[in-house]
Each structure stands twice: as structure tokens, then as C-alpha cells.
Design a protein around this ligand. Structure first.
Ligand code: SF4
Ligand code: SF4
Length: 358
């Protein structure tokens, strides 16, 4: 360690502790007594987020999971209510859950989902899950080659907006609590922790610098937004992008910030005396031709170029206008998922090459 190493500027509001790595699994076991514990684990060649039964299965030496934590706040399929002869039963999920080991970009995504689902009239199903979920995120020290959060300020570490944030300092973690709920949760197991020293903060500074340095590519979403609003990006560009789309919906499903859904009603146990109807919602995708279909059969977005263009416009133009931030955290999942090589990073990169001059 160099002498006089600068240390991160910390606001007084942030409460910090140090947890020896030998105590991590005991701490998680304690948390599991009161919460469903969800964490990343390896399944064949994938990293997935799942309820954890065996602590030693948690995989922290890996990039962000696929799918994203969105699944636990806005599930792919969510029963909402049933209606039968006994009346209406509300099925909203209020399970107490800790999601451990997610990356900073995904916490940034949840902050934006909160704005989307909870501003104005709150979505009660999202709200119920969200207020019972606490995230313990890990500052990213193993980014994938597809990640570009560092240039967007959505990672690899966060200054605000986290519940509990962990810095990996080798043999120990520096914990930061960003909310009163988080402080209370840590407070229950303070006997496992100590206050950070100057050396811990110096190591934290090094961890910040080295994690940022791992991101080679800088993608300018602001540059792309500007080119679009200046009218520089021709429809030929979008046509070329759209021609490579297979309409699989993978980009929408895997993106931690895509929020399209449909609602369906199904009858079951149908009979004259016992008819039950279940109402559920399930992910839908604006990339599908039928998504904006109307009862009379009209398809306002029948042409693929309209849907492809809208996906990018939504993230680059409408999200900043309505929620104050880009609808992209640089997680790189669309790069991994899209079979047509249409993804935020490559489209923005190509836009820059074609239109940034002149
Ligand atoms: S657009 Fe792509 S890189 Fe951006 S948040 Fe969505 S999946 Fe991640
Ligand atoms: S993942 Fe790619 S191919 Fe599939 S719908 Fe999205 S843009 Fe089209």
C-alpha cells in the first residue's frame, strides 16, 4: 500500500462496517432465518439468480446473472387475483427477501424501475414485492467484456441508491448501509463486524480505481441521444438494424429495464357451482408484432423497423424525458442474448461511427 493513498470521500450519512470473509457464511445463515435468501449460482454454463438452500453454492466470482433481479420484483408470470364463489382473493407476494451478490448496474436498474412502477399511482404488485426486498450488492470486480456501466455512472460501484453495498477487499468486505432498513439489518449482527480503519478505506479506494479500470469501452448514450434528436440518424440505419431482428423478444425479456406486460384471465375448476377465474400478468415484448394490436385487427407497429426503432427511442429519448435517466444501465445482457447482433452497445457504437462527424 502506497503512503498517503487518497481515500474515497464519504458522506456522513453512510454507515460502514468491515466483515471478515470467514464470517460471511454465518451472516448469510442468520439472515436466512428471517428472509428468503436469493443469490447468484452457477447452473451448467449460466449464472442464474435463485433461492439459496446451500450457502457454499453462491457464486460471487462472476459477472451479472442472466436473468436480472427484475424477475423477483416483476416476475415473468405473476398470478394477481382469483375470483370465485367466495369472492376475490388478492395474490400479491409479500415474502421477505434478501437478494445478495447482485451487481451495481442491477441496483441502478431497480432504482429506475421504482420510479416507473411507484411514481403516481403505484403498481400494488410491484410495490408489495419491493417493500419486502432488500438488496446486498457487490461492487463489480469481474465485469464481462459486454458490460459498459462505468461510462454511464450506473456501476461498477454506487455513491447512493443502494441498500447494502459490499466492497471486496481481499480477506474482508467493507459494508456500506444506504438506508435505515439496511442499517437495522446490519445492526442485528454488529457483533460480527468492526468499524473500518484508514487502511480499509485506502483499500476501498484501490478497489474503486481497479474496478473502473477494468472497463475498456466507453459507450456514449448521450451522444446517441443527441444524434437522434438532431435528426441525423436516417431511417436506412434503422431499416438495416431491423432486418437482423428475429423477433424473439430476448432483448426485452433480459433487459432489467424493460417493463412491457400483458394480462390474461383463465377459468379453472369450471362448473355451475364452482367457477374460478385467475387473473395473471406475464412479460410481453414491444418487439412483437401483436403487442400493439387492436381489437379490430389493426397493427399500428406491423413493420419491424417501427418496433426496433421504438425500442431504442424508448431507452434513449423517452426514458430520459419521463424518468430522468437512460433506460439502459450498460449491463450488456442484450449483447449476450440477441441472435441478430442488435444490442445497445453495438448500435450506439455504429451510430457514432456513421453520424458523429458533420
Ligand atoms: S439495453 Fe441492453 S445493456 Fe442496456 S440495460 Fe438493457 S439489456 Fe442491459
Ligand atoms: S433479441 Fe435481437 S433478434 Fe431478438 S427481438 Fe431483440 S433485437 Fe430482435
Amino acid at each position: 500500500m502506497k503512503k498517503n493513498m487518497p481515500v474515497p470521500i464519504k458522506t456522513e450519512a453512510v454507515k460502514e462496517w468491515v466483515l471478515d470473509k470467514n464470517h460471511l457464511s454465518y451472516w448469510l445463515r442468520q439472515l436466512r432465518k428471517d428472509f428468503e435468501l436469493v443469490a447468484p449460482l452457477r447452473e451448467r454454463n449460466d449464472i442464474v439468480l435463485k433461492r439459496i438452500d446451500r450457502i457454499h453454492e453462491i457464486a460471487l466470482d462472476c459477472p451479472a446473472s442472466i436473468p436480472s433481479p427484475k424477475e423477483f420484483l416483476f416476475p415473468q408470470f405473476e398470478p394477481m387475483l382469483t375470483k370465485g364463489t367466495d369472492g376475490i382473493s388478492d395474490l400479491r407476494d409479500g415474502s421477505k427477501r434478501v437478494i445478495f451478490g447482485v451487481r451495481s448496474c442491477d441496483v441502478s436498474a431497480v432504482n429506475l424501475l421504482d420510479k416507473f412502477y411507484l411514481s403516481g399511482i403505484a403498481d400494488p404488485y410491484y410495490e408489495s414485492r419491493r417493500k419486502n426486498t432488500l438488496f446486498i450488492s457487490l461492487v463489480c470486480n469481474v465485469p464481462d467484456g459486454t458490460c459498459f456501466c462505468a461510462g454511464l455512472g450506473t456501476g461498477p460501484y454506487l455513491k447512493t441508491g443502494y441498500d447494502i453495498q459490499l466492497y471486496d477487499l481481499g480477506d474482508r468486505y467493507l459494508l456500506q448501509a444506504g438506508s435505515k432498513d439496511a442499517e437495522r439489518l446490519v445492526g442485528r449482527h454488529r457483533f460480527l463486524m468492526r468499524k473500518p480503519s484508514k487502511t480499509d478505506h485506502e483499500d476501498q479506494y484501490e478497489a474503486q480505481a481497479s474496478s473502473k479500470a477494468m472497463f475498456a469501452e466507453r459507450i456514449s448514450l448521450e451522444g446517441a441521444r443527441q444524434m437522434i434528436t438532431d435528426g441525423k440518424v436516417a431511417d436506412d440505419f434503422w431499416q438495416d438494424v431491423a432486418e437482423r431482428c428475429f423477433e424473439c423478444g430476448g432483448c426485452v425479456y433480459e433487459c432489467p429495464l424493460c417493463t412491457c406486460f400483458s394480462v390474461i384471465d383463465r377459468k379453472y375448476n369450471a362448473g355451475p357451482a364452482d367457477e374460478q377465474v385467475e387473473r395473471s400478468r406475464l412479460w410481453d415484448a414491444c418487439m412483437f408484432k401483436g403487442f400493439t394490436g387492436m381489437a379490430g385487427g389493426a397493427l399500428p407497429a406491423e413493420k419491424r423497423i417501427l418496433r426496433t426503432k421504438r425500442w431504442f427511442y424508448h431507452k434513449l429519448i423517452y426514458y430520459p424525458e419521463t424518468l430522468g435517466a437512460f433506460g439502459c444501465t450498460g449491463c450488456g445482457r442484450c449483447t449476450i442474448t440477441c441472435p441478430g447482433k442488435i444490442d445497445m452497445a453495438s448500435v450506439v457504437h455504429r451510430m457514432g461511427n456513421e453520424y458523429s462527424k458533420g
